[in-house]
Design a protein around this ligand. Structure first.
Ligand code: GLY
Ligand code: MN
Length: 355
């Protein structure tokens, strides 16, 4: 069943339509990636209205909708509205801006514009559970990221800067076939590793430092996400202890993942392990997040998460410990939630790597 058909099935009746305009949701719903366009879903038929830059490709690639070349938007929409007897149009309240809402109210001045969260929530509920096809794309992205990491660790040398490390890793991911990188790669060494989202600097790598690498590849719009912390030269005892604490938290959380556990409880599993090692106060972010067409999407896994995990969700498990002005460790895997556990898409071992 096409996604447009699934949305159509949730429209309240024949007079109700959904207008999907967000770049990510439009891609999800139509299967076609573009920087413009709109999908108009009615009970019986869906349309992708798109401009001449994309029309030809959209005709070949869009799924579950008739593709119309944008000429006169008002005229085209009203032809559809009249054909199907539409009276109410729901818009995506979570992505439409205030000024766009004003424009839609003018455009649909003879109809009711539903700006409730209904459409955004409906699409989010669909996106949060990944299909087999989506999981295959995420897995393909993860395989590329891991192959790039394996190549990188044989290339890292003392004296390379964080920026150089990040750019080599990015190059390897692209060289291995990624369509893009998931986000700005994090390569943080020494004191910089104490900052969870450090931006790579000109600081050269030195012996006795952690190097945290957080990165991912994109394949056909789907992201991967992983973090490994390695050591340059040899770690001292405190660094070893810290690494083992975070590794323990990662292992315990992975064992606890399953459908029906809440995001809060899962987060707490990792936090309890870190507490037992004396590092809980240094774990300053949530345990994980959903991954898919966006690098961060629902469900989040944190002390305040409102989510319960379900089969088919793809989430990260990324405990960390960050001692201010000293150093930090993060270990991140990406898993598919199953009925009684999870499938770990991250195959890179977690034994501390000495560079
Ligand atoms: N890997 C980047 C993040 O999860 O924020
Ligand atoms: Mn992450």
């Amino acid at each position: 069943m096409y996604i447009t058909e699934r949305i159509a099935a949730e429209l309240k009746d024949e007079t109700h339509a959904a207008l999907i305009t967000g770049d990510i949701s439009r891609r999800y719903v139509s299967g076609f990636s573009s920087s413009a366009g709109m999908v108009f879903v009615t009970k019986n038929k869906s349309y992708l209205i798109i401009d001449g830059r994309y029309f030809e490709k959209a005709e070949q690639q869009a799924k579950g909708c008739e593709v119309l070349l944008l000429t006169d938007l008002r005229k085209q929409l009203y032809a559809i509205i009249e054909e199907h007897g539409i009276e109410v149009v729901s818009i995506e309240s979570k992505t439409v801006t205030v000024s766009e809402l004003e424009d839609y109210k003018k455009l649909f001045n003879t109809l009711t514009v539903d700006a409730s969260s209904w459409l955004s929530v409906t699409i989010e509920r669909m996106r949060i559970i990944k299909s087999e096809e989506e999981i295959l794309k995420i897995e393909a992205a993860q395989r590329i990221a891991e192959a790039a990491f394996s190549k990188l660790i044989t290339s890292i040398r003392v004296g390379m800067t964080e920026k150089q490390v990040a750019s080599v890793l990015n190059f390897y991911m692209m060289d291995l076939g990624a369509d893009g990188i998931s986000f700005d790669t994090i390569a943080a060494s020494g004191v910089n590793s104490a900052c969870p989202h450090a931006v790579p600097t000109d600081k050269p790598l030195q012996n006795g430092e952690f190097l945290t690498l957080d990165f991912g590849a994109v394949v056909d719009g789907y992201h991967s996400d992983m973090t490994r912390t390695v050591v340059i030269g040899k770690p001292d005892d405190e660094m070893k202890n810290m690494y083992n604490a975070v590794w323990g938290a990662n292992t315990d959380a992975l064992k606890a993942v399953r459908a029906d556990i809440t995001g809060k409880l899962l987060d707490n599993v990792a936090r309890s392990t870190l507490d037992a090692w004396g590092y809980e106060k240094y774990f300053t972010h949530g345990l994980g997040h959903g991954v898919g067409l966006e690098i961060h999407e629902s469900p989040n896994v944190s002390p305040k998460s409102p989510f319960t995990l379900r089969e088919g969700m793809v989430i990260t498990i990324e405990p960390g410990a960050y001692i201010p002005h000293k150093c930090g460790v993060r270990i991140e895997d990406m898993v598919v939630v199953t009925s009684d556990g999870c499938l770990n898409l991250t195959k890179t071992p977690k034994t501390l790597i000495y560079i």
